[in-house]
Design a protein. Structure first.
Length: 505
């Protein structure tokens, strides 16, 4: 259908012609109404057709944007907003051609606080959307608290911490300004009583300087955060310069008096035994050690643990020591004396039926102990024992057990091991039976060999007890073969001749 809008504005000639066609005014009005109706219908259909064709070529799309930051616009003076949330989620809807230019950077979510005063409000969230697009916001509002701001001036000081390098001195710090302006929420600013800048000069050997931010402190010197300063930084200078030379010297310990009689000083320990001193070069060059105040040990019989002060000369000071004293330990012991004592060995727990032969039964003991204890010792107070428990016949070397009074010890034992021999006890020989015959005398039995005892060792200058060994058991004499036993004749009877067996020649 072709619609020509020119038909709506007919010329006067056409209107005159139409007037001839209609007889009355009613018919003429109906004619105009039909024309207008057809024109409106054609327009609506054209718009619908255009929208349909456009939707086919440019469809509508949607875009979900999460975590969109909320901007604050038109903030009233002297008020600071606090939002219960910092971001929201937004869904953007627009035709494809419009959506091509939309992203999280082109979409701005904000709240407008113009006209608001101090207090808490639910403020609607707005979105800047390009023409042809729409936005859905979740949630649609955000809670905002508006707090009043305040500012004031406070005193600024420098807080210096640490210790400069050895031999250097730190002077008083200086700052570029002694006051700063602190601003922020009125509730926070009211807590601030002063400000300071912190400077650390630990192990520095040159002047420390720089621009540092102040720190707000309350009345208890606790930091107050959330406030701003004007100026934001201040310049601080801490002069550090070389002051004195140093030297490391030993500590010389001094003793006063003597321990009790019979006691002596065994060792002395000082802690620290080396210290570092500060002073002018000419003074340090003449100082080779530091003396201590004397420690009195008069009449002492036990170890002394104490403290004593160092004697510092004029112009000398200690470095890195909190106190002018050292720890001292004086170890005191009884005087020890040595003495050589001969001891006779005692044998115990010899098995039944056994005899013991010792090469020597003497030991020389070198004893050590307090002089008084050695002088009071009796010869019988020292014993040396050889325990033969469980030992059978044979040769052995056994270490003796030395028993001494309390407080005395054996430094050396000579000999350290004693050789000995354990033998079975001797068996007595059987009785010899005499044979009386008429013609043959029995042969004489051989002599029994005897054991030769070793010659006891004699130590020069010392009497030595002789050992008392038992004789070695002698072997029994061989029996003489006798063919026929002969009765022992009575002293009054007459001997009767009996045949005697002679040995073969």
């Amino acid at each position: 259908m072709n619609f020509d809008p020119r038909h709506l504005w007919r010329s006067s000639e056409q209107a005159a012609a139409d007037a001839l066609l209609f007889d009355d005014d009613d018919e003429r009005g109906n004619r105009w109404a039909g024309i207008v109706l057809r024109a409106l219908t054609s327009a609506v259909l054209a718009i619908a057709l255009w929208a349909y064709v456009t939707s086919l070529n440019n469809p509508q799309n949607s875009l979900d944007l999460t975590g969109q930051a909320i901007e604050v616009r038109s903030l009233p003076a002297n008020l600071r907003p606090t939002l219960n949330r910092a971001s929201i989620d937004v869904t953007i809807r627009a035709n494809h051609s419009v959506m091509q230019n939309i992203n999280s950077a082109t979409i701005h979510t904000y709240i407008d606080l113009s006209g608001y005063k101090e207090g808490t409000y639910d403020v609607p969230i707005k979105v800047d959307v390009p023409v042809g697009g729409s936005a859905d916001i979740k949630p649609p509002t955000v809670q905002v608290r508006l707090d009043p701001l305040a500012s004031k001036q406070v005193t600024l000081t420098a807080h210096v911490s640490g210790t400069p390098d050895f031999g250097y001195t730190m002077h008083e710090a200086s700052v570029s300004t002694t006051t700063v302006t602190v601003s922020g929420l009125a509730t926070l600013v009211s807590k601030v009583t002063r400000a300071e800048v912190a400077v650390n000069v630990d192990h520095r050997n040159s002047t420390a300087s720089g621009d540092l931010p102040p720190v707000a402190l309350d009345a208890s010197d606790n930091p107050v955060s959330g406030v701003d300063f004007n100026p934001t930084t201040v310049h601080v200078t801490v002069p550090i310069e070389l002051s004195l030379n140093y030297r490391t010297v030993p500590v010389k310990f001094n003793i006063k008096g003597e321990p009790a009689t019979g006691y002596r000083i065994e060792s002395i320990t000082v802690n620290p035994d080396i210290v570092t001193i500060l002073g002018q070069p000419d003074v340090l060059s003449q100082t080779n050690f530091l003396d201590t105040e004397p420690v009195d040990v008069t009449g002492q019989t036990a170890t002394v643990d104490t403290h004593t002060r160092l004697v510092l000369g004029s112009g000398i000071s200690l470095y890195n020591m909190t106190t002018n004293s050292v720890d001292v330990q004086v170890v005191i012991r009884q005087v020890q004396t040595t003495q050589i004592l001969p001891v006779i060995v005692t044998i115990t727990n010899t098995g039944p039926g056994l005899n013991v032969v010792l090469t020597t039964n003497r030991l020389d003991l070198t004893l050590a102990g307090p002089l008084a204890a050695l002088q009071a010792m009796q010869p019988t107070d020292a014993r040396a024992v050889l325990d033969l428990t469980g030992l059978g016949p044979g040769s052995y070397e056994i270490t003796p057990t030395v028993i001494l009074p309390a407080g005395i010890e054996a430094v050396t034992i000579s000999p350290a091991r004693l050789p000995l021999t354990i033998l079975p006890a001797a068996t007595p020989p059987p009785p010899v039976i005499a044979t009386v015959t008429a013609t043959v005398a029995l042969p004489t039995p051989p002599l029994t060999p005897q054991y030769e005892f070793p010659t006891p060792t004699v130590v020069s200058g010392q009497p030595t007890a002789l050992p008392s060994p038992l004789p070695v058991a002698s072997p029994s004499p061989p029996a003489t073969p006798i063919a026929t036993p002969v009765a022992r004749p009575s002293p009054t009877s007459t001997p009767v001749a009996r045949p005697t067996v002679r040995p073969s020649p």
